[in-house]
Design a binder for this molecule. Structure first.
Ligand SMILES: N[C@@H](CCC(=O)N[C@@H](CS)C(=O)NCC(=O)O)C(=O)O
Length: 211
């Protein structure tokens, strides 16, 4: 398998964690988002949205990190990233989607660049935007996690898709100096996840394209 990735992309980070958890060997193809490589014609052949990650498996190419992870889950069921019952699976997916669909897209590079460029916002306004959406997303996650977390995982007693989405988002929040003190459960979960080899090996600083 080939993963088109960027060291600091949190969506690619999710897929790297899932590949590592499942012990799947893969080759990394770096796409330099800072240089705009995601918009090059060659990359758009793989992912017409101009976003990373993309996964190439044999002749097939897939986009969208959660679709990729669910594909990996079906092809390589062990260890499972989704729990055994329909209700638990729905709840784990809801936590994952709260990060991947409602929080992350608002703070994507192209959104921040649109604020900076066409909308003429200065860096302090962009940072305020970023922190606002982190706070909105994390407030709700923290409230839910108080009922669903064992202190090491966002949901239940095993690593799930929800954890795979949480760790990269917390990394991003720290990068933008967001105050994480109001989210002790999320911080406790993340501190544990970062000790796991699959998460540590997927971290931005451990990637071959990290500066
Ligand atoms: N929903 C997509 C989001 C992918 C995404 O937004 N990727 C970001 C990096 S985390 C990207 O490629 N950004 C490029 C840009 O904003 O130009 C997924 O989960 O794969």
């Amino acid at each position: 398998m080939k993963l088109y990735t960027y060291y600091r992309s949190s969506a690619a980070y999710r897929v790297r964690i899932a590949l590592n958890l499942k012990g799947i060997a893969y080759e990394q193809v770096p796409v330099d988002l800072r240089a705009g490589a995601q918009r090059a014609a060659e990359y758009l052949e793989h992912n017409p949205q101009g976003l990373v990650p993309s996964l190439q498996d044999g002749g097939a190419t897939l986009g969208q990190s959660l679709a990729i992870i669910e594909y990996l889950e079906e092809r390589h069921p062990e260890p499972p990233l989704l729990p055994g019952t329909a209700l638990d699976r729905a709840r784990v997916r809801a936590l994952a989607l709260a990060v991947a669909c409602d929080l992350h897209p608002l703070n994507n590079q192209r959104v921040l660049n649109y604020l900076r460029g066409p909308l003429g916002q200065d860096e302090s306004a962009v940072e305020a935007w970023y922190r606002h959406w982190i706070a909105e997303g994390f407030r709700a996650l923290e409230q839910t996690a108080r009922h669903t977390s064992d202190g090491h995982h966002l949901y239940g007693g095993h690593v799930t898709l929800a954890d795979v989405c949480l760790a990269p988002q917390v990394f991003n929040a720290r990068r933008f100096n967001c105050d994480l003190a109001p989210y002790p459960t999320l911080c406790s979960v993340c501190a544990y996840l970062e000790t796991l080899p699959a998460f540590a090996a997927a971290a931005p600083a451990a990637q071959p394209d990290a500066p």
